[in-house]
Design a protein around this ligand. Structure first.
Ligand SMILES: Cc1cc2nc3c(=O)[nH]c(=O)nc-3n(C[C@H](O)[C@H](O)[C@H](O)COP(=O)(O)OP(=O)(O)OC[C@H]3O[C@@H](n4cnc5c(N)ncnc54)[C@H](O)[C@@H]3O)c2cc1C
Ligand SMILES: NC(=O)c1ccc[n+]([C@@H]2O[C@H](COP(=O)([O-])OP(=O)(O)OC[C@H]3O[C@@H](n4cnc5c(N)ncnc54)[C@H](O)[C@@H]3O)[C@@H](O)[C@H]2O)c1
Ligand code: SF4
Ligand code: FES
Length: 806
């Protein structure tokens, strides 16, 4: 019989230990994992990127449910272990689950430290540690304005940048006299403060909070110096505390955390600890690089008695805030025993400092240009004696590098590229050459490089380009972890092999998982529908919840309903109907949207079909990957400046493209003069009236990644606008990757490529229009469809759903 191994804590260190263990001996243990959070293992580090709008929540899963299934691991999520009986070698959970163990791993991580201030229990006072915190911040930003972050360390500043991106006003309250005082000296910290202030953060140093004020919800902060500040949201980021209560109650020796030896063994036989909950040689780590090193050692200990030992780690950090490059490692402050080399370039706004003690590099701080960080870290890790070196060469100037080749090219093979996962240049290059890797995703899968914070992705991409001779930044990436096939491969296969349904695509292309995942299923559903519009039967279960319910789910589980109003025009009958529906269903909030529509918020799920029926209006498709709205200005009908009928054209466009499905949402606008009141300059398709003609702009984007649209052409008639818009959108539908906005698509392929087809090739323009007409010919109003079908209503509103909720 196999030994039973139980892991408490389904986080980054614990699961990395299992991954390493499975690599060494996949058959040795029968494994059970308990995780308090209701998710499979995700990349906690990337919560900052999710908050900053660079990544979606569904992209940060490291091991989805299939991974556990495929490796025969029993996973129990949303349930905490509350008691360990070491006599009976049995664990007990909060939900009453009981499991025996032969070996037990504590990987319980940390809890965020919450300052015990009066008022700290008020609504709106949170930490930043998990998916729920991240969702709370995103949702709060939709209704509130003022955020205050307490703590100007790594976490606080990453949270503050995220909240700024979400459109909130942000104040950072910091206790020390400089930001990131655990990582930066005064000079670098001062430069950081200036940069963050320029980005819009209000930073308060040497400020101590005395109380949080407000009724039920937080309304402000009271400081020790008598000052106060308004706040709708307070995020505490003042450090973490190892989660060791359970270990303590079990009788395991603890100090600051669970005490472990060089093999990650605790004071109890067959009980181990790894990650932030472990204390090794008086050090508790709070970064993934050392935790992954511990994981490797523990895995080898679990496989053999004479495995490697853990000797401690040299840690380095980088702040993940876009536009700010900061790196810090080891001893960064000057002392009587150290000397430092420093270069402060006030023209380029960069600062570099390397600290040397007894002829060894022991620390560094880099600001503005962190390209030297892998080399410096490598010198620290290998304890390189620099006594014989010309000290100036420790910090080479950029121009010297430019002449001699890129920094990555010049690195020796043993130098680390990926700090988080400890992967050196030689390892990556051999993997690329020996296994014929061509994409960053493949390198990530094979070597782990770039799997955590993603900070090393540019270097990995450069190595790929150097090794393959191709520009790897343009390489096609696999759709997701279920397959090695790229979006382009899959679309080509669907066309060439005439594939017609999702399981067939997965089967023919050798998918690695049985049912795919939340990334590939919606993409395949879109591609199949795009290639075979007349024959493909849409797979509702492969859609995200909003698209399946034809309404937007809100933070309290209710839905928002936006009826279609072509061109943003309504009349008194429609308004009366909407008002009657709002009264009948006690709609808590009626709101005019940015797209000039009326949003009925707070509708209960079971009332959706009757609300749609009572409204008698078509769906505004405000929830889907497809055409959303055409916003219009009043134009020549009423405006003094208007020379064109913007409303008329807007309505024609909206009627033509209503229901169109696209890789991502598409927003349009028509303004009747260059004053641009309908904001045509930030839309996927924006039309602007000029004397006797229309200018067509494309690929604009509002939101987090603000981008001004690019001018496609100028035409004279409404018909030409419709024809060129259809050709442009069909080109986008056929060639963009699923979830790629028009702005990213044009960035990738270039506007000239699109112009050649859409403007210069009459035959292709006509063919694109024809294919667009076919696609549009099958679109039906989804609300009417559901209202008219009892079966569909039962299916959607009575049966329990298999959901893709993120
Ligand atoms: C927003 C953010 C950004 C970060 N950025 C970086 C970065 O850029 N670089 C870096 O190196 N580090 C970063 N970190 C730190 C890094 O994420 C942590 O060091 C790492 O996740 C710790 O791993 P762990 O497995 O020890 O703990 P965790 O990932 O916290 O996992 C522990 C898990 O155990 C569960 N658990 C606890 N008690 C029980 C119980 N009794 N029963 C069942 N389950 C239990 C917890 O719910 C948790 O899911 C960041 C952290 C945050 C919050
Ligand atoms: N990029 C990264 O590597 C990264 C990003 C986020 C989080 N993390 C890790 O997550 C963990 C938590 O991060 P953190 O920034 O909360 O911890 P931290 O301990 O690094 O920083 C906490 C900061 O809060 C300040 N502080 C403490 N009490 C305060 C008070 N009363 N008022 C105002 N400020 C106060 C401290 O001066 C300190 O600078 C750490 O282990 C960190 O390394 C790392
Ligand atoms: S865009 Fe020009 S025409 Fe339209 S409302 Fe504004 S000023 Fe008037
Ligand atoms: S350095 Fe963080 S993933 Fe490579």
């Amino acid at each position: 019989m196999k030994e039973r191994l139980v892991l408490i804590g389904n986080g980054m260190a614990g699961i990395r230990t299992l991954e390493e263990l499975l690599k060494q001996d996949s058959e040795r243990y029968e494994i059970t994992v308990f995780g308090k959070e209701p998710h499979p293992n995700y990349n906690r580090i990337q919560l900052s990127s999710v908050l900053q709008g660079d990544t979606e929540l569904h992209d940060i899963m490291l091991n989805d449910y299939d991974w556990y299934k495929d490796n025969k691991i029993e996973l129990i999520t949303g349930d905490a272990i509350t008691h360990v009986d070491t006599e009976r070698q049995t664990l007990y959970s909060a939900a009453g689950v009981e499991r025996p163990y032969d070996r037990l791993i504590f990987a319980t991580g940390s809890n965020p430290f919450m300052l015990p201030l009066p008022g700290a229990d008020k609504e709106g006072v949170i930490a930043f540690r998990n998916i729920q915190d991240c969702e709370t911040m995103i949702n709060t930003s939709k209704s509130y304005k003022k955020a205050v972050v307490i703590g100007g360390g790594l976490l606080g500043l990453e949270a503050a940048r995220g909240l700024l991106n979400l459109g909130m006003e942000v104040d950072v309250i910091h206790l020390a006299d400089r930001l990131m005082e655990n990582q930066l000296d005064g000079e670098a910290s001062g430069m950081l403060k200036e940069e963050l202030q320029a980005q819009g953060m209000n930073i308060h140093l040497k400020k101590q909070t005395e109380a949080l004020i407000g009724a039920d919800r937080v309304e402000g902060l009271q400081f020790k110096d008598g000052e106060s500040l308004d706040a709708d949201l307070v995020v505490m980021a003042v450090g973490i505390r190892p989660n060791i209560e359970l270990a303590k109650e079990t009788g395991i020796d603890v100090g600051k955390a669970i005490l472990v030896n060089d093999y990650m063994e605790t004071s109890h036989e067959n009980i181990y600890a790894v990650g932030e909950c472990a204390e090794h040689r008086e050090v508790v780590y709070g970064l993934v690089t050392p935790l992954f090193e511990q994981a490797k050692v523990l895995a080898s200990r679990l496989c053999k008695e004479d495995g490697a030992s853990y000797e401690g780690s040299i840690v380095s950090t980088s702040l993940k805030v876009s536009g700010v490059d900061v790196f810090s490692a080891g001893e960064f402050m000057d002392t009587d025993e150290t000397k430092s080399i420093r270069v402060h370039d006030e023209f380029e706004d960069t600062f570099k400092k390397v600290v040397v003690r007894d002829n060894y590099v022991v620390g560094s701080v880099l600001f503005g240009d962190t390209s030297d960080s892998p080399r410096i870290l490598s010198m620290m890790r290998s304890s390189q004696d620099v006594s014989g070196m010309n000290k100036a060469t420790i910090l080479p100037s950029e121009s010297a590098e430019d002449n001699a080749g890129s920094a990555v090219e010049l690195m020796p093979d043993e130098e680390n590229i990926c700090g988080c996962n400890g992967v050196c240049k030689g390892e990556i290059v051999s993997a690329i050459k020996e296994q014929g890797l061509t994409t960053v995703e493949e390198v990530k899968k094979t070597t782990n490089a770039s799997r955590s914070c993603g900070g090393c992705k540019p270097q990995v991409t450069e190595l790929l380009s150097l090794a393959t001779g191709e520009d790897a930044s343009q390489a096609e990436e696999p759709i997701c972890g279920c397959t090695d096939h790229s979006h382009e491969d899959v679309v080509a296969a669907i066309r060439e092999m005439e594939l017609t349904y999702i399981p067939e695509v997965m089967n023919v292309l050798g998918w690695e998982t049985e049912d795919g995942c939340t990334k590939c299923r919606p993409a395949l559903n879109y591609y199949l529908g795009m290639v075979n519009p007349l024959d493909y039967e849409d797979d509702e279960n492969s859609r995200f919840i909003n698209e399946r319910m034809h309404a937007n789910i809100q933070n309290d589980g209710t839905f928002s309903v936006v009826p279609r109003m072509y061109g943003g025009v309504t009349d008194s009958d429609q308004l009366r109907t909407i008002a009657n529906v709002a009264d009948k269903y006690d709609v808590p909030l009626l709101k005019v949207t940015g797209g000039q529509r009326i949003d009925l918020l707070g509708i209960e799920k079971e009332n959706l079909p009757s609300v749609w029926d009572d409204l008698g209006m078509r769906s505004g498709n405000a929830y889907g990957k497809g055409m959303r709205t055409v916003k219009t200005c009043v134009g020549e009908n009423f405006c003094r400046f208007g020379t064109q009928d913007s409303i008329g054209l807007g309505i024609k466009m909206e009627q033509k493209f209503e229901g169109m499905k696209t890789p991502h949402k598409v927003k349009m606008a028509v303004s009747a003069c260059p004053r641009n009141c309908a904001e045509s300059g930030i839309k996927d398709v924006g039309i602007v009236g000029v004397e006797g003609a229309w200018e067509i702009f494309v690929a604009g984007n509002a939101g987090v990644d603000l981008k001004k649209s690019e001018r496609l052409c100028k035409v004279e008639t409404d018909e030409e606008v419709l024809e060129i818009t259809a050709a442009f959108l069909q080109h986008y539908r056929e060639n963009a990757r699923y979830l790629e906005r028009t702005s990213h698509y044009i960035d990738r392929v270039g506007l000239d490529t699109v112009k050649k087809v859409v403007l210069e090739d009459e035959k292709e323009k006509a063919a694109l229009n024809e294919r667009m007409d076919i696609a549009l010919s099958i679109e039906q109003d989804p609300w009417t469809d559901i209202v008219d079908s009892e079966d569909k209503q039962k299916d959607l509103f009575e049966k329990k759903q298999v959901s893709i909720t993120t």
